[in-house]
Ligand binder design. Sequence first.
Ligand code: ACO
Length: 400
Amino acid sequence: MIAVSEFKPGLEGVPATLSSISCVDGQQGILEYRGIRIEELAEKSSFLEVAYLLIWGKLPIKEELDSFKHEIQSHRRIKYRIRDMMKCFPETGHPMDALQTSAAALGLFYARRALDDPQYIRKAAVRLLAKIPTMVAAFQMMRKGNDPIQPRDDLDYSANFLYMLNEREPDPLAARIFDVCLTLHAEHTINASTFSAMVTASTLTDPYAVVASAVGTLAGPLHGGANEEVLVMLEEIGSVGNVRPYLDQLIANKAKIMGFGHRVYKVKDPRATVLQQLAEQLFEKFGRDEYYEIALELETAVEERLGHKGIYPNVDFYSGLVYRKLGIPEDLFTPVFAIARVAGWLAHWKEQLGKNRIFRPTQIYTGSHEEPYIPIERRAVSLERVRVDSLEQHLERNGK
Ligand code: ACO
């Protein structure tokens, strides 16, 4: 028998794998991909080089990077049947649901091959990295009633995505900043969506199912969905003067402040620091965002009130402000996160396949045993039913 005291809610601190992909030091605020600090990658690398580093475990030489970029470029288009399927999605549906469905649908079109075939692994990784941005942009165009914009071969990965989204070539600074955002979001050890990807991968299903399950997990407001909620919160606060009363109310109601707190970081998330610098570069070139002052004041106030608990800004706090300045609609913030995180999910998929054992944790059963089967006519009426019945009787008595 396993003692209840051994149970860790949310598996906090329980190692789920041996991994050499990324490393977080939550006390010092350090994040490394394959041993390289995130700040250095943000400054010197590009998202596709980082994706290569994560998936294949080393920085590519020039020829390797060139041919990887070329392969991605030649797989950006999506089949017209996928486009037609996406046209049937309701325009009111959330883009994360559209992305999850479209990512899973790729499995219908690309036959499964042996998972120990390096060519298949590479092709699947290239397809997912190449097509996911196209699918996100296509849904955005189609829900506005327009035809999707075809990818442009003369634009690099990030510039092409912004082009497909806004139907115009982006400013080079905007494209570079977006590329850095992708690098910052590409990987982050065993978080909920990566764990979901690993569990799915461990069944030896196809990589499209792996990514689709991870996209579904990322969609929740406690994970990738938080960056959307941050802007809603900043809008609700409305003015710098309202920051502290608003925060007091959240704390009194024991509500979570979106964009703050992290299971691992007990200091400011290093990605939030880089994102804040990027936001400032964007504001300098394209004009300030009225909500930035509110965000700064909120960071100071949260630090004063909750810093002792290790509650500081996480990656989602400043990313929304950056994305909005780049012209990305709020409900695409999480799909944009997914575009980046595909690199990390694929790295974990590949690592999992290299030493696979299907995930099968255990549980501590808290229910009863040897219960009798009670015939339906002798079952007690539940309390909820009594409440509903008396409400119905009350409404009847009052002629409603
Ligand atoms: N606002 C206020 N208090 C918080 C916050 C927050 N955002 N986050 C944690 N706390 C408090 C909790 O109330 C709790 O206090 P208590 O010990 O007095 O009860 C303590 O800090 C520990 O909180 P937990 O919820 O146990 O921390 P956990 O590690 O489970 O949660 C999580 C981490 C889910 C990210 C949480 O901080 C949260 O909900 N944050 C808001 C949502 C968010 O920004 N998510 C994005 C995370 S980054 C990412 O996924 C990419």
